[in-house]
Ligand binder design. Structure first.
Ligand SMILES: Nc1nc2c(ncn2[C@@H]2O[C@H](COP(=O)(O)OP(=O)(O)OP(=O)(O)O)[C@@H](O)[C@H]2O)c(=O)[nH]1
Length: 196
């Protein structure tokens, strides 16, 4: 296991609320998925894009990114971000993984890098380092220890599909909430309108 950091970017959602593929929406001329991969590259050695649709995103790959093809596991795709994350994590070798959704247009490199620098202070028994807000943990913009995989698989195999439900069973290190809107999720055409 390497002590370096890798990143997983999830790009297997249906974007049903947006009505068009969120990963392909240009933000200042750059497709959102590509933008997220560029940000992830600023702190991770390798960026893994977990998706069932490699062909659709082939042209967006950045120099340090590669695909992990998501497969069905007895249920039709999409099976949700928790299963997508587990399939990605099973292929990754680093001690820590930065997990990112592909719909975070206000992500900030300097905050990701500051958080990554804090990982050396995370208690040994913590399985993740995440921001906590009023609705619970922010699971799709934070860090996970690779050794959370057995517990994650057990939770999934018992039918669990909720990050909050799984995280509730564990100790999680609290990352400082950024004093910006960088966790803004772009889910709907109205959200997109707020960006312009
Ligand atoms: N790999 C993978 N990623 C997923 C899956 N479901 C959601 N995601 C990703 O998880 C992140 C958050 O997704 P959501 O906004 O909750 O769901 P969505 O399917 O993209 O959008 P809606 O259909 O509007 O709910 C996005 O980066 C999605 O691409 C999945 O089954 N597999």
């Amino acid at each position: 296991m390497s002590s370096d950091l890798s990143a997983i970017v999830l790009a297997g959602g249906m974007s049903s609320r947006m009505g068009q593929d969120k990963a392909l929406i240009p933000i200042q001329g750059v497709p959102l998925l590509q933008l997220i991969c560029q940000m992830a590259e600023s702190c991770a050695d390798t960026v893994y894009v977990v998706t069932p649709w490699e062909e659709r995103y082939q042209h967006l790959l950045t120099p340090k990114s590669k695909f992990i093809r998501e497969v069905t596991v007895g249920e039709s795709l999409p099976h949700g971000p928790l299963v997508g994350f587990a399939q990605g994590l099973a292929q990754v070798q680093t001690e820590w993984v930065l997990l990112l959704a592909c719909d975070l247009p206000k992500l900030e490199v300097k905050v990701l890098q500051a958080w990554a620098a804090e990982l050396k202070y995370v208690e040994e028994d913590a399985i993740a380092a995440l921001v906590c807000h009023s609705k619970g943990w922010e699971p799709l913009c934070g860090f996970y220890r690779h050794r959370c995989l057995p517990s994650l698989m057990e939770y999934i195999n018992e039918g669990g599909r909720s990050f909050q439900g799984w995280l509730k069973q564990h100790h999680v290190f609290v990352l400082s909430l950024p004093d910006s809107e960088m966790l803004f999720n772009c889910n709907t055409p109205q959200d997109l309108g707020l960006l312009q």
